[in-house]
Write a protein that binds this ligand. Structure first.
Ligand code: PAN
Ligand code: ZN
Length: 414
């Protein structure tokens, strides 16, 4: 991706105003109702709009008050909050990694924008001594998060496409807003795990490295300490994948002429791609990644991967299907051949000593996670020369037929 604009949420991403909100509620409840506001009650208010918080807390503490009184109380809370910001907000409240991130983006020519729904945002930024190239005015935004409006406004301001931006949020509705705008999303904290952000970080302290990787490609993964990497398809923030086009695979298909005809017509379709994390070549490590095999046929043979034996022959591999349907064709050096169905929720195990190849028999991409011993290595030659014992073909009626490979048969009879 070519990153040109980074758009940030404010609260929970740039700055933590948690302590100010807590203190403001505490003072409000003490003054109005003589109640001691607790951290447990405060937990209930995370990510909830002000008046909703008011109603929720009133119920929690068993306060009997009509709507009007609650509105007045909510306004008073906001006044206390603003006053606390005035008196106490300082650069010490900036979250870790943020100053470094902003310096890095400036150095690298990436523009920055703030997409906060809070009307206090300009004051806060000013007080913290931070500058952004653009601050979206929430008053001018018709629909709040999770609608995409605020992120689209930032994008329009710079005249860039969604793919040239990235958004950063710490709440589910914020991540939804970024994704609805078509931008890749970086989510911060455990709350966003389920929100399908492209990258999820534990803390903002990881932002400088994440942006460096977006700009320069991934760093060495922490194989000794553990790491979390984005593999999902399509993962728009991941490292480049290995791609296999038809022109690299003509010799693998039974009907070579059909393959050449497709290429002669001027197209060279992408048959499959895989993204693999290169683990250190140590038997104790596990190499893993995701393969996406597209739907299609060459002649009547379904799209498939090259297939291979492992260099260390006696090593198995597990495939777990995430999307689509097809099979894992396996065979050993003796006479054992098996095909294992692949469909979401099924794991196929290619046993040690067995060559393996994915075949897509469906009409959508077949996406599989795979994992194997990191030092196994690959022997492609055997399959390249004589193929698998079985061919997986589409019948005239659109069904699937598994037949003997005539080439291999002759060879084995010799
Ligand atoms: C997989 C395969 C991947 C691509 O990672 O390498 O699906 O298939 P080919 O390697 O046959 O082109 C695997 O089985 N690794 O060992
Ligand atoms: Zn393998």
């Amino acid at each position: 991706m070519h990153l040109r604009v980074a758009v940030f949420d404010l609260d929970g991403v740039i700055v933590s105003t948690d302590t100010f909100h807590f203190e403001a509620w505490k003072r409000l409840f003490a003054k109005r109702w003589g109640i001691v506001h607790t951290p447990a009650a405060e937990e209930l208010t995370k990510g909830v709009a002000r008046f909703e918080c008011m109603k929720l807390l009133a119920r929690y503490y068993g306060i009997r008050a009509d709507e009007e009184e609650l509105h007045r109380a909510a306004e008073e809370k906001n006044r206390i909050y603003q006053q606390l910001l005035q008196e106490q907000l300082s650069p010490a409240n900036i979250l870790p990694g943020i100053p470094q991130t902003l310096v890095l983006l400036k150095e690298r020519g990436v523009r920055t924008a703030l997409a906060s729904s809070s009307r206090n945002a300009p004051f806060i930024i000013n007080r913290l001594g931070l500058t952004f190239d653009y601050c979206v005015d929430p008053a001018a935004i018709p629909h709040g998060k999770p609608a995409p409006d605020i992120y689209l406004a930032a994008m329009d301001h710079f005249g860039v496409s969604a793919q040239e931006c990235v958004g950063v949020e710490d709440a589910v509705s914020g991540v939804a807003s970024i994704l609805a705008a078509g931008m890749p999303a970086i989510g911060i904290g455990p709350a966003v795990i389920a929100a399908r952000a492209d990258v999820v970080l534990e803390t903002t302290a990881q932002l400088p490295q994440t942006f460096e990787e977006l700009l320069d490609g991934p760093r060495q993964l922490d194989w000794a300490g553990g790491f979390c990497a984005a593999l999902a398809a399509p993962a728009r923030l991941r490292a480049p994948t290995e791609q296999r086009r038809l022109s690299q695979l003509t010799g693998y298909f039974e009907d070579r002429r059909a393959a050449e005809n497709i290429l002669a017509s001027g197209s060279d379709p992408l048959v499959y791609e895989y993204h693999q994390l290169n683990a250190p070549r140590d038997p104790g490590d596990v190499a893993f990644g995701v393969t996406t095999l597209y739907p299609g046929v060459v002649g009547s043979e379904f799209y498939m991967t090259k297939g291979h034996f492992h260099g260390v022959l006696e090593t198995g591999e597990v495939y777990y299907a995430l999307q689509g349907s097809g099979l894992l064709l396996t065979e050993d050096r003796h006479r054992h051949t098996r095909w294992l169905p692949l469909a979401p929720g099924r794991a196929a195990y290619a046993a040690k000593g067995f060559a393996h190849r994915m075949v897509n028999t469906g009409d959508e991409p077949l996406v599989c996670f795979f994992a194997y011993r990191a030092d196994a290595g690959h022997d492609y030659k055997t399959i390249e020369q004589s193929g698998f014992r079985k061919l997986v073909l589409r019948t005239e009626g659109g069904g699937v037929s598994i037949q003997d490979n005539p080439k291999k048969k002759q060879e084995e009879e010799v």
